[in-house]
Structure formats: structure tokens, C-alpha cells
Design a protein around this ligand. Sequence first.
Ligand code: UGA
Length: 458
Amino acid sequence: MKLCVIGTGYVGLVGAAIFADWGNDVIGVDIDAKKIEKIKSGEMPIYEPGLAEIVLKNIEDKRLIFTTSLAEGMKDAEIVFICVGTPQSDSGSADLSAVWAVAKEIGENLKDYKVIVTKSTVPVGTNEKVRQIVKENLKTKVEFDVASNPEFLREGCSVEDMKNTDRTVIGSDSKKALDIMKKLYEHLGSPIVEADLRSAEMIKYASNAFLATKISFINEIGQLCEKAAADVSVVAYGMGLDKRIGRHFLNAGIGYGGSCFPKDVAALYRTSTDQAYDFKLLRSVMEVNVLQRTHFVKKVTRKYGRNLSGKTFACLGLAFKGDTDDIRESVSLEVIRTLRGMGATIRAYDPEAMENAKKELGDANIEYAKDMYDAAKGADAIFILTEWKEFAGIDLKKVKSLMNEAVIYDGRNLLSKEDVESAGFNYFAIGKRTNGLEELKDESYMSASALLRNGNGK
Ligand code: UGA
């Protein structure tokens, strides 16, 4: 099939590359000529395992080309995908100005029937407005259909996710458009959900919001576990084996970040208030997510007080999650800013996100280390802030010998409590009693202990 993909960000670039890899002729369009030149030379604007190889192979096989001209890109395409950014606006809703601009240009250049598909994450009703804008800008009388085809790719594994998707959602009120879209995806063998436009748009938000809810739920269970002397990792494992619950997205930590969950949960909440519906659960999901990092930092101030000057902290992980260089809405950076704001000197390390983080954090009171051991040199504590696999394999003996004091704050529960404590560290994790927490003898712990001792507190 002949396809045009507008936007070469995470969604567009991965989409264009994989569509081409499936044997389609794809033209990727982006207004940024420099970005396109870089992509053509194999330099990807994002860190995404396996992507550069697929892009280069398909450019070489002449199935994937790039242009800055939307008119040229869409000329022969059967399907035109809109994959431009929809960042969060000041009101919490999605900023759709890029989508509207592209819809206008598509209208101006439409000369024959095409399916115009929105892949960007857009609120309910957007595709109807896309249709209206395209129609208003047509230069000749020509038929077209719109469709919603949200993506469910996770950064860091989007190539794999796109090839092995659990489902494909196609929303349209035109049978012709649905049939054309199905031709593109049916070889995958996974279910295709045919929906109306609005339901397809809602599926995307509801999915992200539900996953964020799972995370906030397990984070609250973790808070309770700390008080009640249970272990959230064991609890999550036990819960997750129930197929109705599932094991994924039950890892307690310092909260969710990234370019999707915070923005999409806020946008869905905004949609609900626009519809005069108070989505109480979502409000709590967002609140719990912010509180989670506050609770984490409290464990630091309880130990050291609020003046951290003179303390050096090794912060491992800057990206919003493992396997990406993306630092957008990274909780890790928020924690670092807070610690630095209280006077701490930071030694930071991330396998991929150093360059991006440098631009955000600058160099005041922060040094960028070459690996996790370098970061730990002379540190008073290590903070694990991103779930990179390599941090889980840290050599505790080696790292201890490099540090000023043997203290670890594990914001992602990557390490084994037994291993860390028996290696002589003072350990803090999420949602479990550890030697560090017990040493603090904080009030909640004392009251829980009293409860245990006295039986129901009587
Ligand atoms: C998310 C969704 O998972 C994708 O399905 C969706 O397509 C994408 O948003 C999007 O809308 O484009 P992504 O933002 O790449 O993907 O990241 P996730 O892997 O979902 O992680 C989001 C955040 O939740 C990260 O900060 C991660 O550390 C955190 N998380 C995740 C937890 O704290 N606990 C978990 O158990 C899982």
C-alpha cells in the first residue's frame, strides 16, 4: 500500500519504519529538514532499540523516503497518517494546534480519495473536527474519510510493540475506510477492534489512564505496606498472578512520568470536566502520583534534615523510565531538583539520557558521571531513580568501597532487600520495611509496631 506519515516523532517515525518493513511504500513528512537529513544518515532523533537498522534498511530498499513537502508526501498515498505532537496546554487539555494545521494543509492538497487517519493521541471529538477542517479547505470537490487509529507503543520497545501488538483499534464511520485500514493490519493476526470515531479516541485515553491507575493503586498499597510491615513487591506478585488483575504495571516506585501518562490522564480529566462529569478516581490517581515522590524525599529529610549541604548523592537514572533517553516529565529529574534545592551535590548517571538531562539540569551542583561506579565515588548515598536493568546488577561490594557512607535509596525497588542489607548498607526502598526505615523510628512505624505488639492496638 502507499502511505504517507506526517510527523517523525516517536509515533510517526516508528510507524513509518515498520509500515515500510511490512512491504508498504511509505513517505515520511516533517517540516524540520535538519531532522530528516539526520534520520536519512541513520542518526535517529530518539533512542529506540532496533529503529535505526529498520529505517536504514527500508531507505536502502527504497520503500521509505522522507520529504519536507506534505503535498508531495500525500500525492499518491491511499492513507495519510497524522502523527504530530499533542503536548499538554496550560489548561491541562491537549494542545491540538499542530493537528489542525496539518488537517488544513491536507485539505488544501487533497486531489483524490484518501483515508485521513489520526494516530496522535487526541481527545474525543478531534477526528470530527479534522474532517470539518479538511472539508473547509478543499480546493476541489473530492471524497475522503477520516479514521482514528491510536497507538499503544511504549517508548523503548515500540518496535517490538508495533510488530506484536495486542490489538489494533480502528475507528471510522465509513466501511470503505475501515476496509482499507484493515488491509494494512490484518496480517498481524491480533484482534482488530472496529469502533466509531469517538469510542476509538476514548479507548486510547482510557487505556493509558487505567495503566496509570494501576501504578497509583500499587503505590498506595506500598504506602500501606510500609506502615503495616508487609512487602509491596510480594503483594504485587501475588496479586498479579490473578489473570483478571495481571502482573504488568504493578511495580511500585516514585510515580509515573513520561510524555504520555501525566499528559493523557490530565487531558482525560479535563475532558470529563468539560462534559460536566467529576472523574473522582482520576483526580486521586494524579494526586497520588505527585505524593509518591514527596514520600520518597521525606525519607531523605527524616534521615538528614532539610539542609543537605555538604552531602553528595549519586543519582542513577535520569530518563522517565528505563530503555529510553526521554526525560520528559521524568520523576527522577524532579527528585534531583528537590535534593539539589536543599543543598545536596549531585553526581548523576544515566546510560542514555545524559545529554538531554544536561540541557534541563545544567551544571550547578551537579556532575555527570561516566558510569554508576563513577557516580558513587565519595557519595553519601546512592539514589536509584530509573528502572534501568544495569542498575539491578550493581556490584554492591565494589560500590560500597567507593562511597563515603553505605546508604541506598531504591526508588524503583530494583535491588533485593536481603542482598543490600547483608552487604552492610542502610537501605530504603518503596513499600517495604528496610533497615534504613526501621532506624528512622518514624511515628507511623512506631504506631504500627505498637499495634502488632498489643494486638489491635488495645
Ligand atoms: C505509555 C503506554 O504504556 C503505551 O501503551 C502508550 O502507547 C504510550 O504511553 C503513549 O501513549 O504513547 P510510555 O509512556 O512509553 O508508554 O511508558 P510506560 O512504559 O507506560 O511507563 C510510563 C511511566 O510509568 C514510567 O515513568 C514508568 O517508570 C512508570 N511505571 C510503569 C511504574 O512506575 N510502574 C510500573 O509498573 C510501570
